[in-house]
Every structure is written in C-alpha cells, then in structure tokens.
Ligand binder design. Structure first.
Ligand code: ADP
Length: 236
C-alpha cells in the first residue's frame, strides 16, 4: 500500500519544508501546487499567467484549474508508491475531488498532517522569508545566496505585507474547513510547528508512520497531537 501524505498548515507554517524533506528521505514525489504554478508561470503557460494575478493578491486559483493540475500529476507513474502533497487541498471541494480520485484509483488511505504555528509567528516568518530567484527554494537562515544553486535571494512576490494578511485570511476562510473535513479520520495528526525544526521533523516522521500503521483501522476521532504547548494553544 502506498504512503500518501497531505501536509497541511497555514502559509509560513513550514509545511513546504517538511513536505520536501520527508519526500526526499522516503523517495516519494513532493507535489506542491504553489511550486507547480510558479514553474508554469516561468514557462509562460497562459493558464498559469492568468492565475498569477490571483496569486499576487494572495487569493486562491479556481478549484477547476487546480484539481485538473493535481489529477494530471497524480496519474504519473512516480506517484504509484505514494506522494506528499503540499498546498493541496486548500478548499473542501478540492478535498472531495481528491477523495474521489483516491477511491477511483484504489490508492489507499491518506495521512493528513496539520502543522500548527501561532499566527504572530507566521507573520514574523513570512516577513523575513527569502527564496532563490533562480530555483525557488526557501533560503536557509543566515545565507546570502541559495544553498542549492548559488542563485540570488529575493522576496517572494506574495510575501509582501498586505498580501500576507490576505493569505492568512484566505487560509482561515477557505482552508480551515478542510481541517474539519479531515479531523475525525484516524489518519489525521496535528504537529506543533513552533518547535525547533529538528523536533518538528521528528514529530512529522513519527506521526506519519503511526498514522500509516493505523491505516484507517484506528478508532474514529482518534486525533493525536505532538507534545508541546503551542500545538495545544494554537490547534483549537
Ligand atoms: P503558501 O502556502 O506559502 O501560501 P503556496 O506556494 O502553497 O504558498 O501557494 C502560493 C499561491 O498559489 C496561493 O496563494 C494561491 O494563490 C495559489 N495556490 C497554490 N495552491 C493552491 C490550491 N490548492 N488552490 C488554489 N490556489 C492555490
């Protein structure tokens, strides 16, 4: 049975970093809708160029476009052993479409990880985030060039102050209901994303393994949290 993971979390929660690391370590493809859209914009894809205006305002791209992109990506053979989704689903309609796809293709259970970070910390992180202008990777703290390709570091176009506020609002309105959609599943887990990065990584790994082992057979409503105060405070 494949290991299918959804990494959820507000903008700035670190879900992309954790999704990338976990996918690399387990040899699974990381599927990031944000990265795919930014890549398609660079290539001059007309649909993506239309989406760019929405992204730059912090709004969501329409469900039809995103669902089509993800469905297409999930039919590629490299997803057979599983995948790690980052940035999808972001609406309940996207989550319903993903469930339909998983059932259609008999792809096994989905492990859903919610990386929780208090809002104040999200705003602080997004305000200081730099990415590589060449390959798009998040910059490591303290570095002046990209550690992957030596590219120049830039501010991501949607990390600008007002746009950050809008992205957090959109997250509350459109994406928080997705957590409620998944919360009662035995494969749903909450991780405290305000801890030191290596502790977050440890918790993510053990939560995914634990949820995958329960494989949908655990008791319904059996949500488990990582230890740590921030998750208890911010995850409500
Ligand atoms: P972050 O998680 O840091 O907000 P992403 O890189 O995941 O950023 O996404 C950047 C932008 O791309 C979003 O603000 C949105 O406009 C668009 N986008 C990405 N994924 C989706 C999705 N699943 N549904 C709708 N829009 C999306």
């Amino acid at each position: 049975m494949g290991l299918n993971v959804i990494m959820m979390g507000a903008p700035g929660a670190g879900k992309g970093t954790q999704a990338g690391r976990f996918a690399r370590e387990r040899g699974l493809p990381k599927i990031s809708t944000g990265d795919m859209l930014r890549e398609a914009i660079k290539e001059g894809n007309p649909v993506a160029l239309e989406a760019k205006a929405l992204m730059d305002r912090g709004e969501l791209v329409d469900d039809g476009t995103i669902i089509a992109i993800v469905r297409d990506r999930l039919t590629k053979p490299d997803t057979r052993p599983g995948f790690v989704l980052d940035g999808f689903p972001r609406t309940v309609d996207q989550a319903v479409a993903l469930d339909a796809f998983m059932q259609e293709r008999a792809r096994g259970p989905l492990v859903v990880i919610d990386v929780v970070v208090p809002e104040q910390e999200l705003v602080r992180r997004l305000g200081s985030r730099r990415i590589c202008g060449t390959c798009g990777a998040n910059a490591e703290p303290g570095k002046t060039v990209c550690s992957t390709c030596n590219g120049e570091l830039v501010v991501r176009s949607d990390d600008d102050g007002q746009v950050v506020v809008e992205r957090l609002k959109v997250y509350e309105r459109a994406t928080r209901p997705v957590l409620e959609y998944y919360r009662a599943r035995p494969t749903f887990r909450v991780v405290d994303g305000a801890q030191a990065p290596e502790r977050v990584a440890n918790d993510v790994d053990s939560m995914i393994d634990d949820a995958a082992a329960s494989g949908g057979r655990g008791k319904l409503g059996g949500e488990r949290r990582s230890s740590g105060r921030a998750a208890d405070q911010a995850g409500a």
